[in-house]
Design a protein around this ligand. Sequence first.
Ligand SMILES: Nc1ncnc2c1ncn2[C@@H]1O[C@H](COP(=O)(O)OP(=O)(O)OP(=O)(O)O)[C@@H](O)[C@H]1O
Ligand SMILES: [Mg+2]
Length: 255
Amino acid sequence: MKYEQRSAPLSYFIFHTSYLKQCIMSHLMELTNITKSYQVGSQVVHALRGVNLTIDEGEYVSIMGPSGSGKSTLMNIIGCLDIPTDGDYKLDGIELSQMSDDQQARIRNQRIGFVFQQFNLLPRTTALKQVALPLMYSGVSRRERNERAKEALTKVGLGDRIDHKPDELSGGQQQRVAIARALVVSPNIILADEPTGALDTKTGDELMEIFNELNDQGITIIMITHDPEVAELSRRQIMIRDGVIVEDSKTGEAG
Ligand SMILES: Nc1ncnc2c1ncn2[C@@H]1O[C@H](COP(=O)(O)OP(=O)(O)OP(=O)(O)O)[C@@H](O)[C@H]1O
Ligand SMILES: [Mg+2]
């Protein structure tokens, strides 16, 4: 018998490396006993008091809880915007505290997209420029920056508003610019802190559809919300109270 020498198809390698990766490190994020305390004058505020949490790639998680319970603090730690007082945080199996500042900054700029309640857009700056900005730090040519910014704006339904400045856009449109700005670096994680907090219900719903589509494309989404109806749309709901997780439930699963 004569065997034909053939190289394995690319898909074989992709499958096997991702399978191997799954076996070696099964969680995208792994938080163990995370605490965060602030010293304010003579008072110590315990914002997080021992958070244990694992999140896998492709999950869509909402975080709920009363005001002051530690939601934003937790989100900032997850997004490497802040460091915990104590505990371990592993991202992709790598302990964050072992990474250099440069490595952490790279993760923040290239893997994670942030969306905030107040949009945080620059005034007097067109949508195209706002969205192209994050690419400035990664050495992409101006032409490509603009092309990718336009693509991201089109993805959120704003292809016809690229020259508009924030005060020439509605609240929902401004938040979509903020989402496009988060998307332009092709992150695999999106962290959103009350993204619909400043929007009416209908506009909020439209935004949630965008998040849904992004999650369908495989992007991991972690979203803080006060609104139980918004949380319902995610696939996993976490409740935090006084700096600890008190509930963690998954929906949309059989049974
Ligand atoms: N920089 C800081 N210095 C001191 N205390 C802080 C700081 N940031 C947050 N805190 C305190 O930590 C606790 C948790 O704050 P955090 O912002 O995480 O709450 P939250 O759950 O996001 O609330 P909200 O729903 O109102 O946004 C609060 O008691 C807050 O006062
Ligand atoms: Mg908050």
